[in-house]
Design a protein. Structure first.
Lengths: 161, 293, 782
């Protein structure tokens, strides 16, 4: 990732604004993982389908494998590490745990970020809606039933706040 | 799956972007949402020397523009923005319906409407929907700005009427007159997949229920979105009764000549196109009934 | 949802929350690519673009000259490690073609590694790959088993006169005679397509060589670290103690392909040693599509003979199995041959399987491992028998099921572990009737008739199976009281998300009589336990489980013995309260685990141990089952088909599952439901298509359809528990039962739904919309 050209970017990662020099082609995902060592964001397919690398950029869930690091200049980026800065599980993470919504955990960060963004848009009241919210991420382990229930539980939790 | 080497440019002004496109021509690619381009770069299927990121262009390119009887969607309007626009849902519900079926929210959050149109995938939803609307494409280059009608815009698989130095600045849609209903139906293997086939249909009906204008376009069956004029001509002048809809489906099936692939053969796609035409017209009939009630 | 009806005792049988979850939910998992290896270089492989070709030359000069590139090695540059990667399971008659780590002269599938680039970053390594010119002499390629067996067709390996690698057969009774005498026979041909494991984390290997100690440390996403060490020890001609394989604490799914051993695992550590710097290779998805082993592709030509009531008299199955370009092992075809009879009395059976070389990625186990195909063939035939006799398909199954009082049940053929196929325990009628009850089956059939009268295409599909699991040879566990006073359970087995850190603490907790809070579990590091086999074939709970239980029981004896000496009492008077070994439960008359460790482990330099205390609180046990255990189950699908699009809606799905005693019921549910999602993929979506030239046609997730939450239906899951008599926990395997019968159940349901349209035949999995519509049109035309 150390190539000749460089762009100075200022990006806010999980609330902390940082300056970095990045090259032309490093993806946001690789920048997060390798430069910032935020390895909670995972690469599953690098073509935008599996969703493991999903992060939130300026409020919207996006694939970090399909964005360049240089494009994040001036943005607010949220990663899984930002969901529990104190190490305590938040309501969504707790709902994942309670409902066995993860096994190998590799896809989990992407699901958490997708669902976090979706719940900010509004509550998820029924199973079909939950499945729709989850459909942009692939999990190979769980068969999704725990994820569906986790979304519904977390929605209830946040709805009540 | 790391992109090859390129020089990244982020012009702040349109003139600057167009000057770059002029200078680099087909050595450059425009990066808007990047949801089609970035996978191709990661697979190293696309090799480019210059990537011109237009996301830093002035903010007026990010807003939907309304005029008396038109709506313009400029280059940087994200698909999700259009999908969630109540005004679009009211004026062009077929566009909202089609956008719901484009991939997943995470893709639509970045992907732009114009980017999808410029990418011109014949199986994609947006080119097909534009093909039944009065849509015109404003393309800009350092040489000037011109307007291309939708009928001339899509030329081939991933190929449009744009020159390498041109940028799709906006798509402008003339809002359909009252009495118009439209529908988009597709069938995909999974939620969010490219459609095995898709159909966009629009009917303008007179107060007596006779169809005066009809446009039907199919996705995934040709190298561009395919207008089904034989079907349209059959529907025009008729009311959308069961017979007409059935006949339209049969005509549609015969009107397309798709190629098969690993997901479905040609005959299947023909049959599917017929079924989707029936569905779209039935949907339109239902909308007509609701309007009349 | 699910209901378990097992007895609960202590921690075993309790759905405790997983210990792994907190780190995984906060982005603190430790997957291989997350490892910080200072100075590590990145590797990328040049892979064959042809399915079959001779390599004339490789020009890597431009790549070597690229700034940032440290080295490029072709196969010919590394002749010292070009030794065959032996088949995992072989056969005396196997015509084996050596699978070399990075073949120097010829390639036999698209994706085969032929050179490796080592560079400062993966970006640069991929740049270098583009500069490497390979001159191939293209040869005709074999893109299917049909092509492999076609007379006069091309050979997958030059110089061969047949593409058949081996013929496996199984026989019981006199099938020819019985088939001739049977009042009825039906036959059919079924094809199951290639599919992959598609763990969300691809494969990865990192390695560091320390010249000072001679130690080669290899981080590997493998399911079988000890197997990998044994292979490397042989190929490198190094003592096994000089090679340390570590499967990282977090591996992003395995599902079979990571249980195999690959050329990349040989090349990367060797190159790290050669260069003298750590090297990391993380397979990307485009590589995974063309180089991780796959499975499934088989064609079954099956004939069944039966009487007027549908009792099976004879089964004859002729199987074409796609072994791929090389034989990585015969476990899959072998399992297929023994899975055909399933839960039924089959007095006469003959299964013959031709394992064919093709020019595609080698095949090996993928979740289900040869069983889904056999179940597909057999269970489709149970429905065809019912159709032929015009009796209910549930009734045909009921009439043929092995009964609960017939165990152990000898099938008369041999399982892949080498032992006679002998079902250890089960209650197949209870599984089927439980499944039918949850469907409200008689009413459902009545409802189906009404819907059919309305023109709706609703179908019901059943599928039963028996799954050999818990295979030998053995698995081990070490239990140690650490010097910091905690119990450490060390397993050779490596986890890929199953929750080992939780499950084995539960087992040890019960055996020790000690709270789980004081027990840690570590897995998958060859330096921590000398022997092991690996996580595959749904075997770990039934092998490492008993080993853990036994080692922990021994540890309990050691702890109570030591405490009793120090407390001057009898060991039987010791119980644990928290981390204290107490006399009669009195916490004032107690020794903490830390104190016991201080005495027996840490000791005092030069000072004699207290009289009677045995040094070193460490125990170990290896459990070797006398033969495989057999899990079983029944699936039922209710579907509606849209004849216009071929779209299938799953209206209801029921799974009855029996994996014996369970340790953590919710984790078992997760295994079954996750396996089911994979099964739905095999049933309806996943297809690793190749063209006639053996070029892969589905090499991205745009073309290879993995199911998302919108494709997997809600499942009503129930369990029965018939303990295995073969191990002290009574456990069987749970990892694959969700997958195995799903394609058969879905295909049966779809065929049932379509029956009013002239009985179109659904003979191919996955059952895609296009195949359904084609079948409808074919039936309409004939």
């Amino acid at each position: 990732m150390t190539e000749t050209t460089g762009h100075l970017i200022s990006v806010t990662i999980n609330g902390a604004t940082q300056q970095h020099v990045v090259d032309d082609r490093t993806t946001l995902a690789d920048f997060l993982r390798e430069r910032l060592r935020l390895t909670g964001t995972h690469l599953g397919c690098e073509h935008g389908v599996c969703g493991a690398c999903t992060v939130i950029v300026d409020g919207a869930a996006v694939r970090s494998c399909l964005m360049l690091a240089v494009q994040s200049d001036g943005s607010q980026v949220e990663t899984v590490e930002g969901l529990s800065p104190e190490g305590e599980l938040g309501p969504l993470q707790q709902a994942f745990k309670d409902n066995r919504a993860l096994q190998c955990g590799f896809c989990t960060s992407g699901f958490l970020m997708s669902v976090t963004a979706a719940l900010r848009e509004g509550p998820v009241h029924d199973e079909n809606h939950a499945r729709d919210v989850l459909s942009g991420n692939i999990c190979r382990c769980t068969g999704y039933s725990g994820l569906v229930q986790a979304v519904l539980d977390a929605s209830k939790e946040t709805d009540g706040e | 799956m790391k992109p090859g080497r390129f020089t990244y440019h982020a012009p702040r002004e349109l003139d600057e972007a167009l000057a770059m496109l002029h200078e680099y021509g087909d050595e450059a690619k425009v990066l808007a949402g990047g949801q089609s381009l970035m996978p191709m770069l990661n697979f190293r299927l696309a090799q480019i020397d210059h990537l011109i990121d237009i996301n830093r262009l002035p903010a007026d390119l990010t807003e939907i523009r309304w005029a008396a009887d038109t709506v313009a969607i400029p280059a940087l309007v994200r698909q999700r923005h259009v999908e969630r626009s109540p005004e679009i849902a009211a004026a062009l519900p077929v566009l909202t319906a089609a956008l719901h079926q484009v991939a997943h929210p995470q893709i639509r959050n970045r992907g732009t409407v114009c980017g999808s149109l410029a990418h011109a995938d014949p199986a994609a939803e947006l080119p097909t929907v534009m093909s039944i609307l009065d849509a015109s494409f404003t393309v800009a280059s350092a040489r000037g700005t011109r307007t291309v009608d939708v009928a001339d815009f899509f030329q081939f698989h991933l190929t449009t009427a744009m020159e390498p130095d041109e940028l799709l600045l906006r798509v402008r849609i003339t809002l359909p007159p009252p009495g118009t209903h439209a529908a988009f139906h597709e069938f995909a293997t999974r939620r969010g997949d490219f459609a095995l086939a898709g159909v966009a249909a629009l009917c303008h009906t007179d107060p007596a229920g006779v169809v005066r204008d009809c446009r039907i376009a199919a996705a995934g069956v040709s190298s561009t979105p395919q207008r089904l004029t034989a079907v349209e001509n059959h529907v025009i002048g008729n009311t959308l009764d069961d017979t007409v809809i059935t006949e339209a489906g049969a005509l549609a099936r015969a009107a397309v000549d798709p190629t098969g692939d690993i997901h479905a053969g040609a005959a299947y796609r023909q049959r599917l196109t017929g079924a989707l035409v029936r569905r779209a017209l039935t949907d339109i009939r239902t909308q007509q009934e609701v309007t009349r009630d | 949802m699910s209901d378990h009806a097992g007895a609960v005792k202590g921690m075993i049988g309790t759905s405790v929350a997983r210990r792994e979850d907190d780190r995984l939910l906060t982005g603190r998992g430790r997957y291989l690519d997350d490892l910080e290896l200072p100075g590590a270089l990145a590797a990328a492989f040049v892979r064959s673009t042809f399915a079959h070709a001779n390599i004339r030359s490789i020009d890597a000069e431009a790549a070597r000259a690229l700034p940032g590139v440290i080295a490029v090695y072709t196969g010919a540059d590394l002749m010292e490690i070009q030794k065959p990667l032996a088949p995992k399971v072989t056969h005396p008659q196997l015509r084996d073609h050596p699978r070399l780590p990075m073949p120097p002269r010829a390639v036999h599938y698209v994706g085969e590694p032929i050179a490796v680039v080592i560079a400062r970053t993966r970006y640069l390594a991929e740049d270098a790959i583009e500069l490497i010119e390979v001159d191939y002499e293209e040869l005709p390629a074999v893109g299917s088993t049909a092509a492999a067996l076609a007379p006069g067709g091309p050979m997958a390996h030059e110089g061969d006169d047949t593409n058949i690698a081996v013929t496996l057969s199984q026989s019981a009774g006199n099938t020819d005679q019985a088939m001739r005498d049977a009042p009825h026979t039906v036959s059919a041909e079924f094809t199951v397509t290639r599919g992959g494991g598609h763990s969300m984390e691809c494969r990865a290997v990192a390695a560091r060589h320390d010249p000072a100690t001679g130690q080669l440390v290899v981080w590997d996403t493998t399911q079988s670290p000890h197997y990998a060490r044994q292979q490397l020890s042989t190929i490198y001609d190094m003592p096994e103690d000089d090679i340390r394989i570590i499967a990282p604490p977090d591996v992003g799914g395995g599902f079979g392909p990571k249980a195999q051993f690959y050329g990349e695992e040989v090349v990367i550590p060797w190159v790290a040693k050669k260069i003298g710097r750590p090297v990391k290779w993380v397979e990307d998805r485009s590589e995974n599509f063309v180089s991780a082993m796959m499975e499934r592709s088989q064609t079954h030509r099956i004939e069944v003979g039966f009487d007027d009531e549908g009792h099976l008299i004879a089964v004859r199955d002729h199987v074409e199995h796609d072994q791929g370009a090389y034989c990585a092992g015969l476990q899959v075809p072998s399992i297929t041959t023994s899975t055909v009879p399933g839960p039924y009395h089959v007095p006469n059976i003959h299964v013959e399987l031709l394992a064919c070389y093709t020019n595609m990625v080698p095949t090996s186990s993928v979740r289900g491992a040869g069983r889904p195909q056999a179940v597909f063939a057999m269970e489709r035939m149970m429905d065809r028998i019912a159709e032929h006799l015009d009796i209910d398909p549930a009734l045909v199954r009921e009439r043929n099921l092995i009964q609960a009082d017939e165990f152990p049940y000898e099938v008369g053929i041999t399982f892949r572990d080498g032992s006679p196929l002998t079902y250890d325990s089960g209650d197949f009628p209870a599984l089927l009737s439980g499944t039918l009850d949850r469907l409200d089956y008689p009413n459902l059939r009545a409802e189906q008739a009404e819907l059919r009268a309305e023109g709706r295409l609703v179908g019901i599909g059943l599928a039963c199976y028996v799954e050999g699991c818990g295979l030998g040879p053995y698995e081990g566990a070490k239990v140690r009281l650490t010097n910091r006073g905690r119990i450490l359970v060390t397993l050779a087995a490596a986890g890929q998300g199953q929750g080992y850190e939780t499950v084995y603490a539960q087992i040890a907790s019960d055996a020790l009589g000690l709270d789980m809070a004081y027990i840690d579990v570590t897995t998958g590091d060859t330096s921590k336990i000398p022997f092991g086999q690996g996580t595959f074939a749904s075997r770990i709970t039934a092998t490492a489980g008993p080993a853990t239980y036994q080692a922990a029981q021994q540890m309990r004896e050691r702890l109570t013995e030591t405490a009793a000496i120090l407390l001057k009492c009898h060991p039987a008077e010791i119980t644990f309260v928290g981390d204290r070994a107490c006399l009669d439960g009195d916490t004032d008359k107690a020794k903490t685990l830390l104190e016991l460790a201080q005495v027996a482990n840490v000791g005092k330099h030069g000072i004699t141990l207290p009289k009677g205390v045995r040094a070193g609180l460490e125990t170990s046990a290896y459990f070797a089952p006398e033969r495989a255990a057999y899990a079983s189950g029944a699936h039922a699908a209710v579907v509606e088909v849209d004849p216009d699009t071929g779209g299938v809606t799953i209206l209801k799905y029921v799974i009855g599952h029996d994996c014996g005693n369970v340790i953590n019921p919710k984790l078992v549910d997760g295994q079954v439901l996750g396996g089911f999602a994979h099964g739905i993929g095999n049933a309806m979506y996943e297809e690793a298509a190749y063209d006639a030239d053996a070029q892969p046609q589905a090499a991205s997730y745009l073309d290879y359809s993995l199911v998302s939450a919108t494709e997997v239906p809600d499942v009503e899951l129930f369990h029965i528990h018939t303990p295995s008599p073969l191990n002290p926990l009574g456990a069987k395997g749970a990892g694959e039962g969700g997958t195995i019968p799903a394609p058969a159940a879905i295909a049966n349901a779809v065929e049932d739904a379509l029956r009013p349209l002239g009985a179109p035949r659904i003979n191919h999995a996955p059952v895609t919309p296009a195949r359904i519509v084609d079948a409808i049109e074919h039936a309409a035309a004939t």
